[in-house]
Design a protein around this ligand. Structure first.
Ligand SMILES: Cc1cc2nc3c(=O)[nH]c(=O)nc-3n(C[C@H](O)[C@H](O)[C@H](O)COP(=O)(O)OP(=O)(O)OC[C@H]3O[C@@H](n4cnc5c(N)ncnc54)[C@H](O)[C@@H]3O)c2cc1C
Length: 443
């Protein structure tokens, strides 16, 4: 595609649409942060940044860009990990963070209507006031809901509650042509034609710009409790997960973590984790309307873990311990990042009973390529985050090793019949591996 470079006339046209010059940045006034996201190594500066305020404004800009072949990249908080908010072809970067109003909580239909720039953490806090609950719980709470919707973000409650797509009832979207459409609404069911709303969720800004969303809410669970379960090794921890799933006690989260990641988190936070003496841990969360409601589930799971070789089971029923555990879990990514010079990630998802195979394979890869790999993730939904660390490698050796490790990991993912991304999306970073995944079976 041959995109047009912006000239003086384009900038004037954009300024006449936006009117408020304070929200338009071009040339040297563009902040460097807009050239990258949280992890992707690719950096490209946009030619112009517009902090939009309304769907109408987005619509007019999109129409102008469409008619003049100017590329547009929407951006939320820029916490993505695969470069999908990087304006790869320059052009217009639409910053949606100022469209950040919570528009309506509907207590009869249990929905929340929001603009796309509302932060995930603000949604949680807001609906709790009404004893309501927005279940998706991705690790980065400063992400916008528009970003979460556009990446179909997952997170730590997916085992019981599912992912963002399961909580999007309706969307208002500006199409590339500038046309404003509504998909879904406050309705609970819908068999009226193609599921375009669901296609829009997870499309990473390639199909349109989300300008409003109607989210599904649930009653707020009154009791929450976590179990931290140390195991002698990761293999034993991970192979317990399919047994937990089989037992039909449904935790909201089943996370796995290893000692070295916990130690990195302790160093990063300057705080002690309740225990770091074992090689591997499962962290489980349960919720329900009363303690009695969840007691049987967590007792059954605790017994099962001990039977499978767990060294102990720590019940986290006091707020301080709960906070210490989950705040450490929340910084794993940053802690690993702070512990090396550069890193890249893999976010594959495999069937839950194949997680142990994948983890074992990662350990072999560490030796094969003589490189540090760190992993943690959502064992309960088969979604693993593996970080490849550059450490002191020079640029050439790093590129070579990274490519070789990635190739091996994605080959294993295909062998285990998994998918390229469980929740972070494709962006720029995962595009070659998505293409491989779609190759005909016999090539
Ligand atoms: C520490 C850390 C932990 C994380 N943990 C998780 C996790 O547990 N689970 C998970 O899924 N992700 C996780 N992420 C990744 C990231 O937070 C998510 O991908 C998040 O959904 C991105 O939201 P954002 O607002 O930052 O979007 P951005 O990074 O700005 O954009 C992401 C994509 O959405 C598009 N986009 C943004 N807004 C709109 C809009 N209104 N309309 C159309 N397209 C739009 C962009 O073009 C881009 O393609 C984590 C990231 C970090 C740094």
């Amino acid at each position: 595609m041959n995109y047009k470079k912006l000239d003086k006339n384009d900038i004037e046209a954009i300024l006449s649409i936006v009117k408020d010059k304070e929200r338009v940045y071009y040339g040297e006034n563009i902040n460097e942060d807009y050239s990258h996201d949280e992890l992707s190594a690719v950096k490209v500066m946009p030619e112009i940044v517009i902090q939009v305020l309304s769907a109408e404004e987005v619509s007019e800009i999109m129409k102008y860009a469409y008619e003049n072949s100017i590329p547009v990249t929407p951006r939320g908080a820029g916490t993505g990990l695969v470069g999908s908010a990087v304006p790869l072809y320059g052009g217009i970067l639409l910053d949606l963070t100022k469209m950040n109003k919570i528009l309506e909580v509907d207590k009869e239909n249990l929905t929340l209507t929001v603009e796309p720039g509302v932060l995930l953490m603000d949604i949680g806090k807001y609906v709790e006031k009404f004893n309501l609950f927005y279940p998706p719980d991705p690790g980065e709470k400063t992400a916008t809901i528009g970003g979460n919707i556009s990446t179909n973000a997952g997170g730590m409650r997916a085992v019981k509650y599912g992912v963002t797509r399961d909580y999007v009832r309706g969307l208002e979207v500006v199409l590339p042509t500038g046309e404003l459409i509504e998909l879904g609404g406050k309705i609970v069911k819908n068999s009226s034609g193609y599921p375009l709303k669901d296609l829009m969720v997870g499309s990473e800004g390639t199909l349109g710009i989300v300008t409003k969303a109607v989210l599904k809410l649930l009653p707020l669970p009154k009791k929450v409790m976590s179990l931290l379960v140390p195991f002698p090794n990761l293999d034993m921890a991970i192979s317990t997960v399919p047994e937990i799933i089989k037992s039909k006690s449904i935790p909201t989260a089943i996370e796995f973590m290893q000692r070295e990641v916990i130690v990195a988190a302790e160093k990063f936070l300057g705080k002690r984790f309740p225990d770091n003496s074992s090689d591997a841990y499962l962290l489980l969360k349960f919720d329900g309307s009363s303690i009695e409601d969840i007691e049987k589930d967590y007792e059954d799971v605790a017994k099962l873990c001990l039977h499978k070789g767990a060294l102990d089971v720590y019940i986290s029923n006091i707020k301080q311990r709960e906070e210490a555990i989950w705040s450490a879990r929340g910084v794993f990514l940053e802690a690993i990042k702070a512990d090396t010079s550069e890193m890249d990630e893999v976010d594959v998802v495999v069937p839950r009973n194949k997680v142990a195979d994948f983890i074992k394979y990662i350990h072999d890869l560490e030796e094969k390529h003589n490189i540090r790999l760190r992993s943690f993730g959502h064992a309960g939904d088969g979604n693993l985050h593996v970080y490849i660390l550059k450490d002191s490698l020079d640029e050439e050796a790093w590129k070579e090793k990274l490519e070789a490790v990635m190739e091996d990991m994605y080959e294993k993912q295909r062998e285990l019949r998994g998918q390229v991304s469980g929740e972070h999306g494709i962006g720029i970073a995962k595009k070659p591996y998505l293409e491989q995944a779609f190759r005909p079976c016999d090539t």
